[in-house]
Design a protein around this ligand. Sequence first.
Ligand code: SAH
Length: 399
Amino acid sequence: MPGQPKRLAHTSSYLSRPDCAGTFWEAYESGPHSSRANTCNARMPMKRPLLESSVEELKAWMTNRGHPGYHARQVFRWIFRHRAERFEAMSDLPKELRQQLDDEWTVFGTAVAHHNVGCDGTDKLLLECGDGRRVECVLMAEEDRRTVCISTQVGCGMGCVFCASGLKGVERNLTRGEIAEQVVRLRNLLPAGERVTHLVVMGMGESLANLDNLMGALDLICAPDGLGLGQRRVTISTVGLPEKIARLAAYDRQYHLAVSLHAPTEALRNELVPINEKVGLNAVIEAADAYFQRSGRQVTFEYVLLRGINDRPEDATALARLLAARKAHVNVIPYNPVAGLPYQRPTPEAIRRFVEAVRSLGVSISVRKTKGREIDAACGQLRRRFEGRPREAVPDPTI
Ligand code: SAH
C-alpha cells in the first residue's frame, strides 16, 4: 500500500512474550520466597490492600481478633461512600481496631506517582503498584458526565502498531484491587457530592486478556454498596478476542462492548492489529454479533483514523459494507500521535469526508472527542513520558 509504514519490529514480539499470567496478589499470597514472587515483584507490599479482599474476608479477620464482624461493612462504606483513604479517618471504628487494621492492611495498594491536570480539566493519574510497576487512568468531566478510563494490564501484549501501550509488550495483569482502585482514586478527585457516571475500560492493556480480574473489579464498583455505578454505563473495549467475548457474554452483565476494528479488510487489519492474523476478521464480527444477541446491547466498533492508511474512500466503502446489515455503531477515534511512531492524524476535512462516506451508506457513525490530549491521554502515553522518574510527593486528602 503506497505510503503505508512497514510493520515495526516490535509488533511481532507479543507472540513470543510470556503473559505474566498470575496476578500480583497471587504472587503476594504465595509469599516472598516463591519463584513467581521473585520474578514478578521487586518490592513486596507489607500490608494487604483492602480492595483485593471482600467484606466476608475482612469480617473473618475481625472476628478472629475479637471484634464484631459488622465493622467490616463499615470499613468498606468509609472507602466507597465517604472517600476515606486512611483507617485513622474512620472515626466510628474503635481506635484499637483502626490501629490493628493499619498494622496489617492498607486502603490502597497503589501510590500516586504523578497527577496531571489538563487545561480542559481532565485528570490523569499515574499509579505505582506495590511492585513498582506503573499504570495510568483518567477522569474526564463533560457537562453532567464524569467518565473514568481505566487500565487492566501493565503494558499490552496485542502489539497494535500505532499504540504506545504495547511498545514493550505486556508485563503483567493488574489485580482486581488495582483495577478497582483506579476508579475509587479518580472518584476521590471529584468535588464532594459528584459521582462517577460512566466507566470506560480503554486505558492500558487488553481488557479481555484479564477478564476475571476485570469482572471482579467491576462487580465491586457496580455493587450498591460499592460505587453503585449502573452496568449499562460501563464500556469494555477489546482488540477482539472471540473466545473471551463469548465468556464475557456468559457473565450476563449489561456492559457495553466496544471492539477495536480499525480496518475493514483482513489484510489491513493484519497490518494494524497483528493479533488479527491469529483470530481473523470474521470471527471477531461473529463474536460481536453473538454478544449483541445475548446481551441485547448494540456493539460499538472503534476505528482509529490514521492518515493515508485506513482513511481512504475505499476503506470507508469496505467498512460500510461490512457493517451495514448489522445493528452496530462506529466510533471514529482521530489518531493521537505517539512520539517515535510514524502515524499521523488525518486533517479535519479528511475525517469529515470519511465519516460522511460511511454514513451515506447507512451505517451509524460518530467521531470521538479527544479530551486530555495535552496530558497524553491516549493509552500508554503518560506512563512512557514518566518512565524512570521518581514519585512526586502528593498530599493525602484525608490528613
Ligand atoms: N486493548 C483494548 C483497549 C485499548 S485502548 C482495545 O484494543 O480496545 C482503547 C482504544 O484506543 C483502542 O481502540 C485503541 O486501539 C485506541 N488507541 C490506542 N492508541 C491510540 C492513539 N495513539 N490514538 C488514538 N487511539 C488509540
